[in-house]
Design a protein around this ligand. Structure first.
Ligand code: GUN
Length: 296
């Protein structure tokens, strides 16, 4: 496992207590674009959207827009809600065989009739853009090199680029999903040298646990799960939550209520979200180099 270093000046994106992921992601995208141009590589990203979940449509179109702006080769395939597993596998197989494509992403969640595990395991591990293939998940557990899930990777890059010391710190992760919670805990453990506690929907006394957290990552997908007044003074709070409240995008926490306690906090919107997309592009770029036998 390797947390990349982009060496972006914190003054470009750390704004007082705010970790402005939007600005950091912009700088990282520029670096990747310039490096790809210098190496003469055109990374290719293929995204598959099944059905018409409005949030997924927004994510996929944002990924596509970012990839195109960076000069990546980019394809989006939109399939109907009623698609079968076989139809989806046919598309993945074609992308696996296409030399122009180095990153494959299947937007989750998939409609219920589709065998999600079978679809994700059909993506070639070396073309996996999300790190959801079991081989890449296993590599993360084993501390071996592989593709790491974009959101947790984006959080680690933010901590590293901001120069936040993680070694020996108490990290608390709220949420145990395969997409965020579990890889996040693993990265904080092995990459960050933290003492990690993972909380979930069945955890008792979450607020007692978060009051001990030097680094708190909320990926519970439940708004209001944390009492902001219990956050440890001087801590770093990373909010992965995304909720629409009265038409506005909000996190699992209200970051305004954390400001008197934290040393750093990620706002929502403009915090972790844009970093997820930057890491998707990074994973695709990295896959492209590896598939072409070019050094990173
Ligand atoms: N759905 C929610 N987050 C993600 C993600 O990071 N990747 C994919 N493919 N689907 C998602």
């Amino acid at each position: 496992m390797h947390i990349p270093s982009f060496q972006i000046d914190p003054s470009a994106w750390v704004d007082g207590k705010y970790l402005r992921g939007k600005e950091l992601a912009g700088e990282i995208r520029k670096k990747i674009r310039d490096e790809a141009t210098r190496k003469g590589v055109v990374p290719g990203l293929a995204a598959l959207l099944v059905g018409n979940d409005p949030a997924s449509e927004i994510y996929v179109s944002s990924k596509e827009k970012n990839a195109s702006e960076m000069g990546f080769y980019s394809i989006v395939n939109k399939m109907p809600q009623t698609s079968t597993t076989e139809e989806i596998l046919e598309i993945v197989d074609a992308w696996n065989a296409d030399d122009k494509i180095h990153g494959i992403l299947v937007q989750l969640p998939l409609p219920r009739q589709i065998d999600e595990a079978r679809v994700l395991q059909t993506i070639l591990p070396e073309k996996d853009a999300d790190g959801f293939h079991y081989e890449n998940m296993g590599r993360l557990m084993a501390k071996a090199d592989g593709t790491v899930a974009c959101t947790p990777l984006g959080v680690m890059v933010m901590l590293k680029e901001a120069g936040i010391e993680t070694t020996g710190k108490n990290a608390v992760v709220l949420g145990r999903s395969n997409i965020v919670g579990k890889p996040m805990a693993q990265l904080l453990l092995d990459g960050g040298n933290c003492t990690v506690t993972v909380c979930h929907s069945r955890t008792k006394n979450i607020n007692d646990i978060i009051s001990q957290a030097d680094i708190l990552v909320s990926a519970m997908g439940v708004r209001g799960i944390v009492d902001e007044s219990r956050i440890k003074p001087g801590s770093v709070v990373i909010d992965v939550g995304m909720h629409r409240v009265d038409g506005k995008l909000k996190g699992d926490l209200d970051y305004e209520k954390t400001l008197d306690k934290v040393s750093y906090v990620t706002p929502v919107p403009g915090g972790v979200g844009p970093m997820t997309i930057a890491m998707l592009l990074y994973n695709t770029y990295r896959n492209a180099l590896s598939l072409k036998g070019i050094q990173l």
